[in-house]
Write a protein that binds this ligand. Structure first.
Ligand SMILES: Cc1cc2nc3c(=O)[nH]c(=O)nc-3n(C[C@H](O)[C@H](O)[C@H](O)COP(=O)(O)OP(=O)(O)OC[C@H]3O[C@@H](n4cnc5c(N)ncnc54)[C@H](O)[C@@H]3O)c2cc1C
Length: 274
């Protein structure tokens, strides 16, 4: 009798992907709901957080996103866009924060940033996405973000704080300059309060600014520094889990850098804001 060959890791991954797709198809699809904007918080000159009270709150995992649809003049139907959840699902998943950066010439984001006010109704649907982290994933965790790509990571960090976790976590965060760092005050405070959290800034348009360790776009040596510093404290690179989120070019670069640094492909997760 011949023993069937063990599935290759590629086959194994394909099987797991098919199983997770089948499981997702079996789940009830979230429906559109009309929710209320409770508060609008100005985060940076071009970014606001919309604090949204859901009427139907199925819960969510840190890192997931909601779709928002919004009427746009000259368009027959509202236009839909995805926005990551920045808040923690704990203690209350019925109020979600979405943080929107205004894109010049964009159809939806300028409206959400400039025209939405507390008390407005807004149509949302979610949660969606597999770009998630909870303590069951382990760590140390390296989170690589540019601009609004920090939003899902803020949900993960806030969740870890609420749950009292202490998984070593480094956020490598690229912003134009100090004024454009989303969640700057809270990140600074959390970093001072929690030894497990480190925030490393890079500023792309503020040469020499002392608030940042680097002054250029995220690149391979920068990612390699973070991997080396996380592993220098005794953990094996195999345990590391890497996430990258933001503009597609940055995410592609960060993903390649993480793999180059020796992270296991199964422990590299990406979300592209395209
Ligand atoms: C899973 C996911 C999560 C996301 N989370 C967030 C988040 O938390 N925060 C956030 O701010 N964003 C997030 N995004 C991005 C968001 O969904 C939108 O893509 C973003 O807000 C831009 O939408 P918009 O309608 O304003 O711009 P769009 O109308 O889509 O335009 C985007 C850009 O393309 C340009 N453009 C449009 N049409 C043309 C054309 N014909 N020729 C040349 N240029 C053109 C516009 O000038 C603009 O600069 C996320 C995306 C994904 C996929």
């Amino acid at each position: 009798m011949t023993t069937p060959p063990a599935p290759s890791s590629a086959e194994d991954r394909a099987q797991r992907l098919a199983a997770s797709r089948a499981a997702r198809r079996a789940e009830p699809r979230p429906q559109w709901q009309t929710a209320e904007v409770q508060e609008v918080i100005q985060e940076t000159p071009e970014t606001v957080t919309l604090r949204i009270a859901l009427s139907d709150a199925p819960g969510f995992l840190p890192g997931q996103y909601y779709n928002v649809r919004y009427p746009v003049e000259g368009r027959p139907r509202p236009i839909q866009r995805a926005y990551s959840i920045g808040s923690s699902p704990l203690p209350d998943a019925s109020v979600i924060d979405v943080t929107v950066k205004e894109m010049d010439g964009g159809l939806v984001s300028p409206k959400l940033v400039r025209h939405v006010a507390a008390g407005d109704k807004i149509e949302v649907r979610g949660p969606h996405g597999n770009f998630t982290w909870t303590e069951s994933e382990g760590g140390p965790v390296l989170l690589i973000a540019a601009g609004s790509g920090v939003v899902p990571f803020m949900s993960m960090i806030r969740y870890a704080v609420v749950k009292g976790l202490s998984v070593p976590t480094r956020l490598l965060f690229s912003s134009k300059s100090a004024d454009f760092v989303i969640y700057a005050e809270e990140l600074g405070r959390l970093e001072r309060q929690h030894e497990w959290l480190e925030v490393v800034h890079t500023f792309t348009r503020s040469p020499g600014h002392p608030g940042a360790r680097y002054h250029r776009r995220i690149d391979l040596p920068m990612v390699a520094d973070s991997v080396a510093e996380l592993t220098a404290r005794g953990s094996d690179v195999v345990a590391l889990i890497g996430y990258a989120c933001g503009a597609p070019e940055m995410v592609d670069l960060a993903e390649a850098a993480l793999l180059d640094c020796g992270l296991d492909a199964d422990r590299v997760r990406v979300e592209k804001y395209d």
